[in-house]
Design a protein around this ligand. Structure first.
Ligand code: VGL
Ligand code: ZN
Length: 201
């Protein structure tokens, strides 16, 4: 059984949002069309409290894109984004969510970020996605959404390490940083993730 995970297709990651990914809106028609090819469609939603430690505004003398140590790990500081209950945190109104069976929210704990739809960045808290997919007999996981080099990457990496056959749909993602993107593609290939285009599905 095959699942499609729609990662963080939220207004703040789209043109006009606070952490807009260039051309992020271009993926939406593709993602809408892909959904009917899957047994199950689920979505993740970045869902931060206003005082979240990943926001540069919550640190003295720090700028957006500075890197700090948080709980022993490198943490990029972001503009405020996807604050719980705001329009920025909502899914794009162009995204077809009618077939989305379940939504997994992440990044709710003030002191730890959560790029992956499966766990927090320190791997301590599960979102419930792994056990949900396994309970639905999913063996193959396809990932798309935003951003290619952060949340889609970590979701694909974790899916593969959890034993799912994992597929990363390049034309149904857009990156924040091209350098980071080139590195993560190499890493995903090394982990055994299949990199493909939506036309191959
Ligand atoms: C994301 C940065 C911060 C993402 C979420 O969805 O890729 N990136 N929070
Ligand atoms: Zn975030």
């Amino acid at each position: 059984m095959k699942a499609l995970i729609l990662v963080d297709i939220q207004n703040d990651f789209l043109p006009g949002g606070t952490l807009a990914v260039s051309n992020g809106d271009e993926i939406i028609p593709l993602v809408n069309n892909l959904q009917s090819k899957f047994d199950l469609v689920v979505a993740s939603q970045d869902w931060h409290p206003e005082n979240h430690a990943s926001f540069a505004s919550n640190h003295d003398n720090k700028n957006v894109f500075d890197v700090i140590q948080l709980d022993g790990q490198d943490q990029v500081l972001w503009p405020n984004h996807c604050v719980q209950g705001t329009i920025g945190a909502a899914f794009s109104s162009d995204l077809n969510t009618a077939a989305v069976a379940a939504i997994f929210r992440k990044g709710m704990h003030k002191n730890v970020d959560s790029y992956s739809a499966f766990f927090d960045n320190n791997n301590s808290q599960h979102t419930g996605l792994e056990s949900y997919l396994k309970s639905m007999n999913i063996t193959d996981v396809y990932v798309c959404g935003l951003a290619a080099d952060y949340c889609v990457y970590f979701t694909a990496k974790d899916a593969q390490s959890l034993g799912f056959n994992t597929f990363y749909i390049t034309d149904a993602t857009r990156f924040i940083s091209e350098d980071v993107y080139n590195n993560i593609l190499l890493d995903l290939k090394q982990q055994g993730v299949t990199i493909l285009n939506s036309a191959d599905i």
